[in-house]
Design a protein around this ligand. Structure first.
Ligand SMILES: [Zn+2]
Length: 470
């Protein structure tokens, strides 16, 4: 009887105060190699009922431990699982670069019959790299205008895994491998029309350890006054357009067509721009174009890039939006010409743009043709400069037959005027692309057709001006 009670008591004590094994450690997320800022998550769990008493995380490099995290945990309430977010700045700790061990030490409030605290040391071999990529600018000045584009050339060390230009909330991917010197990269970037001349583009190079170098780009940005325009909206237009666009965009058509119009002009417009971001995501790493971009033949501009538009219904302003692109009008159902050589990225219905074609020209540049009445190309198809890709029309949010034409850089709408200007193309793009020997044309892929072969002198081939255009 007494024996039985003792056994039960021992069982209860064992269950309450002892543990079957040491705490378990899990390296849940860990950015490796470990960079200047060590980031990751380590999970420590006690294996029995007694809670965790302390947890320490340290980095041992060259025999020298550096503590990244250390805490004593109160006995009550008992903690059986601890998630430790690693977020340590190693730049001031003097940690040596190279191979190291990440160690976790943990103990619990368990009783131990043989004395001494039970603790576990979990360790993991890691590499420490606290040196960020090195960047040296080649282009020493960029003259650009609000809504326009510039080309920055730079050297970057091969450890960089990602190189971008950041302009406020916008990110433009850089390209490497175009030039014979593999350390030379290029980045086309824009100062989009909704920013100001105070924008400061920054080139950012990041390595596998997350170490980043940021260099402010030398830019001189000229302001631009975008035109203000008023557009009259009447009931006939609402009846003709709102049900079509809403139903084709998978949205209900409300009885109040002015409300429906606002859904089109705000939500469908936003969705169309967001889809363009996705559509233009993958661009060839070489320019597929040669020289200046072609402007639709015999077409009069109805509105220029980035008009600030007010929409007037029965004398009242019901909405304001920025019109991104050019409206060009000629005859009804006029043939639409590809502005430059490239690969069709999209052919179909695209919200406010109606039936639309998007063509990739490489290096993140794409052109868009909206409101078409017919589409004559398929996605993935290669097109030549001036090739007929469809006919103008008034599908989508168009009041009459015209071509909506946009140029996009990495999905961001930019002013087409620069791309139609042979002098701008030559001075801002072609001369720079030809300033260093080009790499041998890379092996072609479906999304990156082979550029024209390089001339014998090794200069970039695809930069001659004023040819190939009807
Ligand atoms: Zn338009």
């Amino acid at each position: 009887m007494i024996l039985g009670a003792l056994v039960v008591l021992a069982g209860v004590v064992w269950w309450l105060k002892l543990e079957p094994g040491p705490p378990k450690v899990e390296f849940a997320h860990l950015q490796e190699p470990i960079g200047r800022s060590a980031t990751g998550e380590i999970v420590v769990r006690s294996t029995g009922r007694p809670g965790l008493r302390y947890v320490e995380v340290r980095l041992v490099a060259n025999g020298q431990p550096t503590t990244l995290h250390s805490e004593e945990i109160p006995a009550s309430p008992s903690v059986n699982e601890r998630h430790i977010a690693l977020n340590s700045d190693l730049s001031t700790t003097g940690v040596v670069e190279g191979p190291a061990k990440l160690e976790v030490v943990a103990g619990t409030y368990a009783w131990h019959l043989l004395g001494g605290e039970r603790q576990s040391v979990a360790s993991r071999d890691v590499t420490i790299d606290t040196t960020p990529p090195r960047v040296d600018l080649i282009t020493t000045q960029n003259y650009m205008r609000l809504g326009g584009v510039a080309l920055q050339l730079f050297h970057v060390t091969p450890d960089a895994t990602d190189v971008t230009v950041k302009v406020d909330q916008y990110t433009f991917q850089a390209v490497r491998g175009f030039f014979a010197d593999p350390t030379v990269g290029l980045a086309l970037f824009a100062v989009p029309q909704d920013l100001t001349t105070a924008a400061r583009p920054v080139l950012r190079a990041v390595d596998a350890a997350g170490n980043a170098t940021e260099v402010e780009l030398p830019v001189s940005i000229k302001g631009h006054q975008f035109p203000e325009r008023q557009l009259q909206i009447d009931d006939a237009f609402l009846q003709r357009k709102v049900p079509e666009i809403l139903s084709k965009s998978g949205k209900p058509v409300p009885a109040d067509l002015v409300q429906g119009y606002l859904v089109v002009n705000r939500d469908v417009r936003k969705e169309s721009e967001d889809r363009l971001d996705v559509i233009t995501k993958n661009s060839a790493d070489v320019p597929l174009w040669t020289g200046v971009f072609h402007r639709q033949t015999n077409a009069a501009p109805m509105s220029a890039f980035a008009d600030r538009r007010s929409y007037i219904y029965k004398g009242e302003t019901i909405d304001r939006q920025t019109h991104l692109g050019y409206d060009l009008a000629s005859l009804k159902r006029a043939p639409v010409e590809a502005t430059q050589a490239g690969v069709v990225q999209f052919a179909g219905y695209l919200g406010i743009y109606g039936d639309t074609v998007v063509i990739d020209h490489g290096l993140g540049i794409a052109s868009l043709y909206g409101h078409l009445s017919s589409i004559g190309v398929k996605e993935g198809q290669k097109v030549q400069a001036g090739e007929i890709i469809g006919q103008t029309g008034e599908t989508g949010l168009a009041g009459g037959d015209h071509l909506h034409f946009s140029i996009l850089l990495r999905g961001v709408q930019v002013d087409p005027v620069e791309w139609w200007d042979p002098k701008w193309i030559r001075e801002h793009l072609s001369d720079q692309l030809a300033s260093l020997p080009a790499a041998k044309p890379a092996t072609a892929t479906a999304s990156a057709p082979q550029p024209a072969p390089a001339p014998a002198n090794g200069a970039a081939a695809q930069v001659a001006d004023g040819q190939a255009h009807p």
